[in-house]
Design a protein. Structure first.
Length: 256
């Protein structure tokens, strides 16, 4: 149930005693990266709250009339359980609590310092879960990002004609008088636009200015070679050779 992005973590407090809920509420309010999403007085209400707000952490009383804390966990099911902090006045439930994979066990009465230690432990565990979640989804996230980038398009006008050019097809763009020529998929498309206007429309993570009159698709760079003048030159996949000005060389190298 933990999100990939850390904080503010959503918390739900479940305790049948109003003073106990108030204590937890006041202490939790001191933790700036936690927010109280719901407060419940019995187990059935807790189940509804978890389903509604999908909390990251549940401060769960063990002994409650009707449905105790362990009953709540059984009803939730393994896939729906957030990080659990059991809160109780009885230490005899500690072993059973950790068998249920509780993150912490808060024994009443507790000090402010003990509560802060518990929250710090929960915070670390939630961050670990978030990082693990991102790691598991990283291949899918990278594929999704690449697919989105490949679907990007540049729309330009050539007189009365409108060209829709997939960015993935563009090898490079050059300034030509008061126009630009877009070299894409083996053709050159002339558009009455400035090079800066085109640059602002292209994906900055893929396209880079190499001198004042040219932009290249960094995916289409085949080689970068030094020349006698101390400058660099690029060889692109379509055979084009371009000079890299010293002004733009450092920024280009950071992209590659």
């Amino acid at each position: 149930m933990t999100r990939a992005t850390p904080g503010p973590w959503r918390a739900v407090i479940v305790d049948d005693e109003p003073p106990a809920r108030q204590t937890l509420r006041l202490l939790l309010a001191r933790e700036k990266d936690f927010t109280l999403a719901a407060e419940c007085g019995h187990g059935r209400e807790a189940l509804d709250a978890v389903a509604a707000v999908r909390p990251d952490v549940l401060f769960l009383d063990v002994l409650m009339p009707g449905m105790d804390g362990f009953d709540v966990l059984r009803e939730l099911g393994a896939d729906a359980v957030p990080a659990i902090v059991f809160v109780t006045a009885y230490d005899r439930y500690a072993v059973q609590a950790f068998e249920k994979h509780a993150v912490e066990y808060l024994l009443k009465p507790f000090t402010d310092e003990r509560f802060a230690d518990v929250v710090d432990h929960v915070r670390r565990r939630l961050r670990e879960r978030a990082l693990a979640s991102v790691g598991e989804r990283l291949p899918d996230l990278l594929a999704e990002t690449a697919a989105r980038r490949d679907r990007r398009q540049l729309v330009v006008k050539d007189g009365s004609r409108t060209h829709v050019i997939p960015e993935a097809d563009i090898v490079w763009v050059e300034a030509e008088d008061y126009c630009v020529r877009i070299h894409a998929a083996g053709r050159g498309i002339l558009a009455r636009e400035s090079l800066k206007t085109i640059e602002d429309q292209l994906d900055p993570g893929t396209f880079a200015r190499v001198h004042r009159s040219a932009i290249v698709n960094t995916r289409c760079i085949k080689a970068m070679e030094p020349v006698a003048s101390g400058d660099q030159r690029l060889v692109l996949t379509d055979g084009t050779v371009l000079r890299v000005s010293r002004t733009h060389r450092a920024a280009l190298l950071r992209r590659l």
